[in-house]
Design a protein around this ligand. Structure first.
Ligand SMILES: Cc1cc2nc3c(=O)[nH]c(=O)nc-3n(C[C@H](O)[C@H](O)[C@H](O)COP(=O)(O)OP(=O)(O)OC[C@H]3O[C@@H](n4cnc5c(N)ncnc54)[C@H](O)[C@@H]3O)c2cc1C
Length: 399
């Protein structure tokens, strides 16, 4: 069997890996010279296997409305209100906020994430990949009793039903585990600590895995060309076209991240994905942090990786535009510094990327509309974390 994978971010590269392991001949198309150069490069590096909150929740919505009415420019989310696609996404979001739908999405997220963790552990034991991985744990900081109680309730469920060693701690215990929190400026109430979460460089991992595929597997090849069109034959895709070339296969898999709809457009199809821009600041000044911190008030994360610190956040709903908006970057900087005032953010590297988000937070994995067309996309805020599970699952479906 011959398969074509379109897009070599973390999702496409892992999909190629699991397909190749099943003996399928795979050709991966990537428009950049390197693999993992887009959202898979801009992320915060966190492998948050236990951070499983669908974005469409009442809590998120209430916070959003409160902030939006107060000060749109300084809001964690910034929206292009003229984009009709955003309203379609918003309607799906409101529907998924209903408790029944939220709970259903949560259960599916848990299953996908646990599978991903299992496949992640198997893969790193099997392949020798250097990507600054550390199982350094994750702490979510909570400020009000109600959300802390709710988080503790969900943590208990995860412990009971899935044997995950998470725990709720008051602030004093959180500081014992992560002494750098002693310098945190805000008075949080407590934390949910998950020791099994970790951090690892997603771009490095993607590049190294693509090198393994090129050297160790004789049934995989990478073509660095932009896919610009499809040739159909009845209800099937026959071939894809790049500038000047045409390639045939039996199965076609779209892993174009936030650009998946641009690719689908060429065959008059569409998936319910919306691009959501986020930013990551990378600094040498890591202020002694060892643990990943998610600050639920500022909605930003601090992730110590190697000898650096990544600070990541913001949600810009502004269409397919990954450019850095200086005002939004300044907002992220000021949010980060309002947490740790000793942070020196003068010499920094900044990345921005588009998360491919879907309203129910469940990636779209499987056959799509045509007999031999498949999607593995829509991983939103958790693409690095969920990638191992969804790529493995898709390879199972295809084989
Ligand atoms: C700021 C930020 C922070 C994040 N933090 C985390 C985190 O801490 N943990 C986590 O789990 N997730 C995180 N994420 C989410 C995660 O990064 C994404 O979900 C994931 O990278 C999506 O991977 P992908 O392979 O689908 O997309 P991408 O990495 O964008 O890859 C898609 C690829 O398709 C290629 N492509 C598109 N069109 C074509 C075409 N026509 N022809 C050929 N190639 C094409 C592109 O060049 C690109 O390389 C974060 C995202 C952002 C933006």
């Amino acid at each position: 069997m011959k398969a074509i994978v379109i897009g070599a971010g973390i999702i496409g590269t892992l999909t190629a890996y699991y397909l190749a392991k099943k003996g399928i001949n795979v050709t991966v198309f990537e428009r950049n010279d390197k693999c993992g150069a887009e959202a898979s490069d801009a992320n915060a590096s966190q492998l948050s296997f236990t951070y499983l909150n669908p974005i469409a929740s009442k809590q998120n919505f209430n916070k959003f409305v409160k902030n939006f009415c107060q000060d749109n420019d300084r809001n964690h989310s910034s929206i292009d209100l003229k984009d009709p696609e955003f309203y379609k996404f918003a309607i799906r979001y409101l529907n998924n906020m209903r408790f029944k739908n939220y709970s259903f999405s949560r259960e599916r997220l848990i299953r996908t994430s646990l599978k991903s963790r299992q496949k992640f552990e198997e893969l790193i034991a099997e392949e020798n990949i250097e990507f600054d991985y550390k199982q350094n744990g994750k702490m979510q900081l909570f400020y009000d009793k109600e959300s802390f109680m709710q988080a503790k309730f969900f943590a208990k469920k995860l412990i009971k039903e899935h044997d995950i060693p998470m725990q709720g701690f008051p602030k004093s215990k959180a500081i014992e585990i992560e002494p750098a929190l002693n310098k945190f400026q805000d008075n949080f109430l407590g934390t949910i600590f998950s020791p099994i979460d970790g951090v690892g460089d997603c771009r490095k991992f993607t590049e190294e895995l693509s090198n393994i595929l090129k050297t160790k597997f004789d049934n995989v090849r990478f073509v660095h060309e932009n896919v610009i069109n499809f040739i159909k034959d009845g209800n099937k895709v026959k071939a894809i076209q790049t500038r000047g070339n045409q390639y045939e296969a039996d199965k076609f898999i779209i892993t174009g991240g936030a650009y998946s709809n641009e690719i689908l457009k060429k065959i008059s199809l569409k998936a319910p994905i919306y691009p959501c821009r986020g930013y990551t600041i990378i600094t040498d000044n890591n202020i002694g942090l060892k643990t990943n911190i998610t600050d639920s008030k500022r909605k930003i994360v601090y992730a110590p990786i190697g000898d650096k610190l990544k600070i990541s956040g913001l949600m810009d709903f502004k269409g397919l535009n990954a450019e850095i908006d200086p005002d939004r970057l300044n907002l992220l900087k000021s949010l980060a510094k309002s947490g740790f005032k000793d942070l020196n953010l003068e010499n920094i590297e900044v990345k921005s990327g588009l998360r491919p988000i879907v309203a129910d937070s469940i990636p779209i994995v499987g056959k799509y509309e045509l007999d031999n067309l498949y999607l593995n996309t829509g991983h939103g805020m958790l693409g690095w974390t969920l990638s191992f599970g969804t790529a493995f699952n898709l390879a199972e479906i295809i084989s």
